[in-house]
Design a protein around this ligand. Sequence first.
Ligand code: ADP
Ligand code: MG
Length: 699
Amino acid sequence: MEIKKQAEQSILTPVMYLKGVGEHRAYLLAKLGVHTVLDLMELFPRTHLSRLVNPTLAELQVGDLVSLTAEISWMDAKPTSRGKKILSVGVNDGKIGLTCVWFAYPPAYLNMFKPGKTIWLSGTLSAFNHQLQMNHPDFEILSDDHEEEGFWKSRQLLPVYPLTEGITQNLMRKLMLNAFSTYADQISENLPDFILEKHQFPPRRDALQMMHFAQKTEAAERARIRFAYEEFFYSQIMWARHRVFHDQKEQGITFVNQQKHTTALKHRLAFELTSAQKRVIREIFADMCSEAQMSRLMQGDVGSGKTIVTLFAMLLAVENGYQAALMAPTEILAEQHYQNFIKLLEPLSLKVVLLKGGNYKGKSEIKAQIASGQAQIVLGTHALIQKDVAFQRLGLVVVDEQHRFGVEQRAQLAAKDSHPDLLYLSATPIPRSLAMTAYGDLQVSQIDEMPPNRKSVLTYVRSDRKFDTVLSDVSKELQKGRQAYFVCPLVEESEKLALLDAQRLFDYLKNKIYTRSTIELIHGRMTNKIKDEIMRRFKAGEIQILVSTTVIEVGVDVPNATVMVIEHAERFGLAQMHQLRGRVGRGADQAYCFLIAHQPQSSEARERLSIMSRSTDGFVIAEKDLELRGPGEIFGYEQSGIPEFRFANLVRDQAILTLARKDAFEIVLLDPQLMQEEHKLLRIIYLSKYRKKEELILY
Ligand code: ADP
Ligand code: MG
């Protein structure tokens, strides 16, 4: 009893004890990441609804991001001819009509859109058949609000919260009010005074209230900027400390360019390195030959030739008497590197080994060679970070497709020996501005040039009604002995639905179209072992056509595959389409990419498809992608390994990030341990948030 009473008074009390919540609602709130009262107070509105500004539809243009209120006039949920269920809701503002469309929606929606009710909408305006349209808008049915709380009734701006089933907007607003009226005085400051003054930030207590109860959007935005800064600031303190730690320890290995194996490899190459490759090799060598431990990210589009650059770095370590290791995310990729390296290194008589997962004959022998130092170049998967794998003298660690590994796994490999140099590879092109800051203290090298004479992939956008012409184009390639990929999208995150689509397409192609080819289906619900096996057979040419959900391995190299067909391309992000297209065009033959576009399409989707047909340069596409993205959407980047922020948006908040980074580095360079009196608060907050993460990166 005593304990509960104490807990009740704290802002960290379980949200269950907040007035109006209780056990069941606490369970529902947990799905939104809300566990304590403070969590609830930090649950930011997704957006705000203004009761004052209400544009009429006539003022708006296609492509605009708009918020407005209108009246519902009709609802329709007929299945389409292809058996898919689309929900359409017509609304109007008295003069002009607009159709809202959902391609996937929860069943509860069917009872929500009653003609005559007033609805608030927010989304991007598009057009279809000369009719204004909004796909998957944010919405709120306002006519339900009769019993609206007195407080909210008089507000000009209403917060719109992320919801989960069983929690309504009204309830959420009521709970917020309860939380703030009881606990607001307990909200404590997170930023030192001198920072608040420097940037004129509102104190945390005010800022949180502004987020929820502001009367003007500008005030809410001012508050949000403070929180974005706060988040960036502490993450940058960590990176600043990382920098200082590495500079001081100087524990890195100082390699010397002996020009032995590296020069031998250069002579053996059948091609001239591109100038981008040469520059990146210089950057890496400069790092490796310095005393500091290298921590570098190498970015380059698929096919830009990262592997050979990596090999030069590994040989530099080897010619200095060290071992070099490369960790790949899948067995098939590790195997691919192994075959490649064996071929290239043949005359150098170096010992190259491959360590795979599981138990197999000869494995203990390989482990012994790694432990004795006899194995000079070690390739493998996660098997490399197992406890029982010890290196004799590890000088360089390369992590391929780095975003596929967690920070922890990378740290484990890096900690295998004393401070080996670290090189991370990534094929996700991210604009330089973003990469530099988002990855914190990693140095970034970019291979922004393709090897010469590479035929760029011819890309065509085709309507789904012309699908049969695509199929016959694919046939022509198959007849020449080439191979093809067909990819289906993930619908609403659900692997199940995607599987249905992929399965349907697979059955159709197998039974009706390509009856004489070997065709296989691959999807995310298969075990890695089965997926690897199918990819191996595709690579070996035993399979001609691969139908898949979006699981095709990013780095697998099948030069004989010349066709990529992307079904429902209008649903894919630019980054994703670019990655998929990179699967083809890796050999000498002309390759093709067909983007199958279904109606309806948003104007943004059309723009994406048009960019894809115009450019094959990953960095250009990444820049366009940044431009096109609406606020709050860091969609294609979830695969990139960029850390996730709760309040901050990496795309929109670049300027704040730069500010926070500068402040953090200034502070840490002067006072690395944050021991000065004026850094006391900063130290406490920092350690509470980052102590664990820091242990992982300060190896
Ligand atoms: P990725 O960056 O996707 O890992 P790879 O390293 O696998 O690309 O290289 C793709 C292909 O290009 C390989 O077959 C490789 O031998 C070849 N390649 C690499 N560099 C050059 C170059 N400078 N000139 C011609 N071909 C090259
Ligand atoms: Mg590669």
